[in-house]
Each structure stands twice: as structure tokens, then as C-alpha cells.
Design a protein around this ligand. Structure first.
Ligand code: GLU
Length: 282
């Protein structure tokens, strides 16, 4: 069997049902994994309990299956991985790369939009505090498999970003990088809205002495007024009675218009898409 060591993942947050934007990311990451004879993992980013919508963890799985997007191995729940996040935090702490920060969002905003290291050298911190990483890398370029060399012009990538929040919850960058390392993810496929996040996460990979995975950022689905499709913008949930139609629309967003002669069945559409994606990949 032609087995490569490609490991990809789709990592939705269970803050609501999947919408067309999520389907494009799910499909793009699925196609990349298939074309590379790799594994496609499903990781549910449920580290932020207040943002979890009841039933979303189940509905995400039902929706993916209905569209023929079947993942490999068991579903990974970030809520089960605290031990590993603590392990990474203690590694950073041993390297003397963490510090407590008591600044509020309002205080940071009052000084400028980004955090400038106010608490780095403070001797006394009043609880509650978040933990920030001393960011030694200013990642200003990333190499994207689809888009090539990207300049990331954001102060956010220079920031000492938060790795554990004031409420004790693990921050997204920390949990995501920890899991991508732990799962051996070789390529991260996600939406273009996360390009800056990728640059911050590259700094964390480097700090931890880990090789960078590849990355591929997919086009965003926007509503008529140009805003990104998201749960916050009330993007409608995917209609499970229209899975073929949904796949065709998602493939259009990925620049793979499905020809009319392809049977209107999810499996036939996916089989066609895998071949078309392989042909369109340089
Ligand atoms: N769970 C996050 C999201 O749905 C992050 C995904 C990722 O890290 O690729 O936007």
C-alpha cells in the first residue's frame, strides 16, 4: 500500500452547527489528506466551555458523515487533553518563558491595540492573571502550500500572546499547537482568516523546538455583505437534506466546479473531487 506519513486534521469549535464556511474547510482538508494518502483526523476544539453549544459536538459528526466526510481514528476532544497542555506549559515554564499578566483588555487597548509586554518584568502580580509567553520569534513570513510565500503584517505576531487565560482555560494557540504536535500533524489546513494565528503558532512550535508543519489556507466564504461566514454572524446550518448541493457549492468555493455529468451522489462527487483536487495541485 502506498502509505505516506501525511496527517491532516479538521478542527471545528463546537460553538454551533457546521455552516458552508466550515464545510469548505472540512472538504479542503479532507481532499488534501486523501490526495496525500494520509490520515484525516477530526479534532473538536472544546476547550472553552462557555462557548460550547449543547448538541454541537454530536451535530458536527452527524453533518460530516452525511456529507461522506469520514475521519480516521477516534474523534479527539481537546477537553480531554489538559494533561498534555500542562506538560507543555511546564516545559515553557522550565525554560523561563512564561510570565503572569494582570492587564485587562481595556488597559491594553488604552495603550495601543497590541500587548507590549507591560507585565514582563513586574515583580508583584495581583490575582487574577493570565500566563503569557515571552515571544522570541517575530514570524513575518509563512510559506503556504497554496498561496506561496505570505507576508504577515500584524503586530499580533510580535506579541507575547496568552497561553493560559485568567479564567484558567487554555488559550487557543497553546491547545492547538500542543495537539498538532501530539497528533503528529504534518499539514494544517484552515481558513485564510487564521493566517495571523498560524504565524503566532509557528513561534510556539519553534519555541518548543518542533519542526513546523506545512500549512494551507483556504478561501473564506463570505455573506452578501462581504462578512466572513461564521457562527457569530449567524451563518445558516448546513441542510442535511441537501448534502450533494452543499458539496457542489463548497467545491465551487475551492475552485473546483463539478461538471454536470457527475452523478448527484455524495460519494460520486467526492470521488470526482479527489481526482480533480489532485490534478489541480501543482
Ligand atoms: N477551532 C478553531 C476554529 O474552528 C481553529 C481551527 C484550527 O486551528 O485550524 O476556527
Amino acid at each position: 500500500m502506498n502509505q505516506t506519513s501525511y496527517i491532516g486534521r479538521f478542527a471545528p469549535s463546537p460553538s454551533g452547527p457546521l455552516h458552508m464556511g466550515s464545510l469548505v474547510t472540512a472538504l479542503g482538508s479532507f481532499l488534501q489528506a486523501k490526495v496525500n494518502n494520509g490520515k484525516w483526523l477530526l479534532r473538536i476544539d472544546d476547550i472553552d466551555p462557555p462557548r460550547i453549544m449543547a448538541g454541537a459536538i454530536e451535530s458536527i459528526q452527524v453533518t460530516l458523515k452525511a456529507h461522506g466526510l469520514i475521519w480516521d481514528d477516534d474523534v479527539i476532544l481537546q477537553s480531554q487533553n489538559s494533561q498534555y497542555y500542562e506538560h507543555i506549559l511546564s516545559q515553557l515554564s522550565r525554560q523561563n518563558l512564561l510570565y503572569p499578566c494582570e492587564c485587562t483588555r481595556a488597559q491594553i487597548k488604552a495603550i495601543g491595540e497590541f500587548y507590549s509586554g507591560t507585565c514582563r518584568d513586574k515583580k508583584q502580580i495581583q490575582a487574577p492573571y493570565s500566563l503569557r509567553i515571552k515571544n522570541q520569534f517575530n514570524i513575518s513570513q509563512i510559506n503556504d502550500v497554496r498561496l506561496g510565500q505570505l507576508e504577515v503584517n500584524s503586530n499580533a505576531t510580535q506579541e507575547d500572546f496568552i497561553v493560559r487565560r485568567k479564567d484558567g482555560l487554555y488559550a487557543y494557540h497553546l491547545a492547538s499547537v500542543a495537539d498538532d504536535i501530539n497528533l503528529g500533524v504534518t499539514e494544517i489546513v484552515r481558513g485564510e482568516d487564521l493566517i495571523t494565528a498560524t504565524a503566532c503558532q509557528w513561534a510556539l512550535f519553534k519555541t518548543l523546538g518542533k519542526a513546523l508543519p506545512q500549512c494551507l489556507h483556504l478561501p473564506l466564504v463570505r455573506s452578501a455583505d462581504g462578512r466572513k461566514f461564521s457562527k457569530q454572524n449567524h451563518a445558516p446550518a448546513l441542510n442535511l437534506n441537501k448534502t450533494e448541493e452543499n458539496l457542489i457549492i463548497a467545491l465551487d468555493h475551492l475552485n473546483l466546479p463539478v461538471p454536470k455529468h457527475i452523478p448527484q451522489q455524495t460519494q460520486a462527487i467526492l470521488d470526482w473531487a479527489i481526482q480533480a483536487w489532485a490534478d489541480s495541485t501543482p
